[in-house]
Design a protein around this ligand. Structure first.
Ligand code: SAH
Length: 254
C-alpha cells in the first residue's frame, strides 16, 4: 500500500517553533486534516486540499485521514504542540488498532513538536529540572475521581506537575478543585506557573504560589506548572522571576 499518513506537531504557536522536519512533512502532503485554527497556521500551498474539523472530532478526523491515505494519498494531520501529547497521534493509533487490517500497511510518521509544557517551562526558567509528570484535567475521557487520585499520587510522590486542558466553558470547576486537592498535599508556598498562549502574540506568563493560584486566571489556552518542594523562585530586579526545580532531591547523594 503506497499511502502515507504524517501526524505533525506545529509547536505552541509561532511559525518559528515549527521544526524543519515538520515543515518538510507539511510541504510533502497532498491533503491536510486538522482543527481549523491549527490548519490556519499552515501556509497555503497550491494543489493541497484542506479538511478542517471541530476540536472534539478527533476520532472521526483520524478515520477520515486514514481512509484518504489508504486510497494512496500522502496525507497529513496537524496538531498543536506535539502530536503525541494529548493529541492526534494517539487518536490515529486507536483508530488504526480498531480498523481494517489493510491500514497497518500504511506508512505512518509521527513528527514531533514543542509541547506546551516545554514552551511554558522555558519562559519561566527550569521548573521541569527534576522529576515531573503531565496530566490532562479534562474529564471528558476519564472519570474525575481518576484525576483526583492521580493529582494526590503525583504531588505526594514529589513530582512537579504540568496541567493540560485546565478549564473550558463545559468544564468550569475542575481547575479550582484541582488546586484545592493539591493544597491538601503541598505547602502553600509551592510555586505555580501559569503560561497562557505561549509562543503567540498575546502570550502571558504569571508566577504565583499554590495558596494564591486563581483558577479564573486560566483559560483553555493556559498550561499550568505546579512545583514540588524542590521548586524555587529567584526574584530579579527589573526582570521576571526565574522558577527552577533543583536537579537533586532531598536525601539524594551528591
Ligand atoms: N498537543 C498539545 C496539547 C493539546 S491539549 C501540546 O503538545 O501542546 C490542549 C492544551 O494544551 C490546552 O488546554 C493548554 O493547556 C495547552 N496549550 C496548548 N498550546 C498552548 C500554548 N501556546 N500556551 C499554553 N498552553 C498551551
Amino acid at each position: 500500500m503506497s499511502g502515507r499518513l504524517a501526524v505533525i506537531g506545529l509547536g505552541p504557536g509561532d511559525a518559528r517553533y515549527v521544526t524543519p522536519d515538520a515543515q518538510a512533512a507539511l510541504a510533502g502532503a497532498e491533503a491536510l486534516y486538522g482543527y481549523g485554527p491549527y490548519l490556519d497556521r499552515v501556509p497555503v500551498r497550491e494543489g493541497q486540499s484542506r479538511h478542517a474539523s471541530d476540536n472534539r472530532e478527533e476520532g472521526a478526523r483520524a478515520t477520515a485521514a486514514l481512509h484518504h491515505a489508504a486510497a494512496g494519498a500522502s496525507v497529513a494531520i496537524v496538531s498543536g504542540g506535539d502530536p503525541g501529547v494529548f493529541a492526534m497521534a494517539a487518536a490515529v493509533c486507536e483508530e488504526l488498532a480498531a480498523g481494517p487490517p489493510a491500514w497497518r500497511a500504511l506508512d505512518i510518521a509521527i513528527v514531533p513538536g514543542v509541547t506546551a509544557m516545554l514552551a511554558v517551562a522555558a519562559r519561566a526558567g527550569a521548573p521541569l529540572g527534576h522529576d515531573f509528570c503531565a496530566l490532562s484535567l479534562s474529564d471528558n475521557l476519564k472519570p474525575w475521581e481518576t484525576i483526583e487520585r492521580r493529582l494526590d499520587a503525583a504531588a505526594g510522590a514529589g513530582f512537579v506537575i504540568a496541567l493540560y486542558n485546565p478549564i473550558s466553558r463545559a468544564r468550569p470547576w475542575q481547575l479550582g478543585r484541582a488546586f484545592e486537592r493539591l493544597r491538601g498535599v503541598l505547602p502553600a508556598t509551592t510555586p505555580v506557573v501559569l503560561g497562557r498562549a505561549v509562543g503567540r502574540a498575546d502570550e502571558q506568563v504569571t508566577v504565583t504560589t499554590l495558596a494564591a493560584a486563581d483558577p479564573n486566571a486560566a483559560d483553555m489556552a493556559t498550561l499550568i506548572i505546579v512545583g514540588s518542594v524542590e521548586t524555587h523562585v529567584i526574584e530579579r530586579p527589573g526582570r521576571p522571576p526565574l522558577v527552577y526545580t533543583s536537579r537533586s532531591a532531598q536525601g539524594a547523594r551528591a
